[in-house]
Design a protein around this ligand. Structure first.
Ligand code: GLU
Length: 330
């Protein structure tokens, strides 16, 4: 190994980037190891020395809080080693945005941490994984990536963890940063960073490093025309400590569901109004009296990211004003 090259730790978790297609046109995620992924892109040796480690082996639909905690611990441990220049995490695309935002809030580091995946399995015609991996390592090894928080690299684009969302079921250009735009572009390892992210993250996050406190249960419920209160009541009755509503439009929900949310607040459950639209801001006290009802709003965070922030927030406080302030900071 060329010791002049930066040292990058590759933490592999599975996903389609490690998937293999079967003859019937389906595929299984997480078949290949991190080592095999590296072997498929020998050009990576031009960029970095890479130490692979298999942290999990799953399709990211099975990513959960326990794996997040394990992944955060491993990432923090290798980031704390002085020789480490950066970390690349291979991950399924389905829940990549949540893992990225979680790590963005719990890793105490200024070093680059880059999540990467693929939409086409490694054995498909024209897989996108190898170039995505090459670009991800280039970003993680770039001193200009220091201090930008956790990033997602895919399809020649660099996204901030806070902004990125999967927006298409199958296309390689699935990731978009809808409200605030891209962190940068990366083409065959050549990187063009745009402005920094404005919100607090990583080394400046009050949730970093992740402590031992268990993450409370927070559920997401998707609002719709004719939504009833039953599922909200069920979530409260079965132990949710917080609920994120993927509301219609600017975080609205029908009267019966609204009443159930008010009752949930009365039972000590935090309610965050987010939006099912995928873009824009949910503001306080527009059509709904958030002050009177004790609700929180997610501002720009989509429901799945609002859930991550609420889970972490609830490890510190259940006070509505304290929790709402987090959505203005992170
Ligand atoms: N369900 C798989 C996953 O998230 C497929 C999505 C992908 O990786 O592209 O791991």
């Amino acid at each position: 190994m060329d010791s002049a090259k930066p040292l990058i730790h590759l933490l592999a978790t599975g996903g389609t980037i490690a998937g293999a297609q079967n003859a019937a046109g389906g595929y299984a995620a997480a078949v290949m190891s991190g080592e095999e992924l590296l072997a498929a892109v020998p050009q990576l040796a031009n960029l970095a020395r890479i130490e692979p480690e298999q942290v999990a082996r799953l399709g990211s639909q099975d990513m959960d809080e326990a794996v997040w905690v394990k992944l955060a611990a491993r990432a923090q441990a290798v980031l704390d080693e002085p020789a480490t220049a950066g970390v690349v995490i291979t991950h399924g695309t389905d829940t990549m945005e949540e893992t990225a935002y979680f790590l963005n809030l719990v890793l105490r580091t200024t070093k680059p941490v880059v999540l990467v995946g693929a939409m086409r399995p490694a054995t498909a015609i024209s897989p996108d994984g190898p170039m995505n991996l090459y670009n991800a390592v280039a970003v993680a090894a770039d001193p200009a990536a220091v201090g930008r928080g956790v990033l997602v690299v895919a399809n020649d684009e660099v996204h901030f963890a806070r902004e990125v969302a999967k927006t298409n079921t199958t296309q390689v250009g699935t990731f978009k940063s809808l409200n605030r735009g891209l962190a940068g572009l990366v083409h065959r390892g050549r990187i063009h960073f745009f402005g920094p992210t404005v919100r607090r993250h990583t080394a400046d996050s009050e949730f970093a490093p992740l402590g031992g406190t268990a993450l409370p249960r927070v559920d997401i419920l998707h609002a719709h025309a004719g939504m009833r209160r039953d599922l909200i009541d069920a979530a409260v009755a079965t132990g949710a400590r917080g609920l994120v509503i993927a509301g219609v439009g600017a975080g609205n929900l029908p009267a019966g569901a609204l009443t159930a949310c008010r009752d949930a607040v009365g039972a000590g459950v935090a309610i965050v109004r987010s939006s099912r639209t995928g873009g824009g801001v949910v503001e306080r006290n527009v059509e709904i009296d958030d002050d009177g009802l004790g609700f929180l709003v997610a501002e720009e965070l989509n429901p799945q990211k609002a859930r991550v922030l609420l889970m972490l927030g609830l490890t510190r406080s259940t006070d509505a004003v304290t929790l709402q302030a987090l959505f203005q900071v992170y």
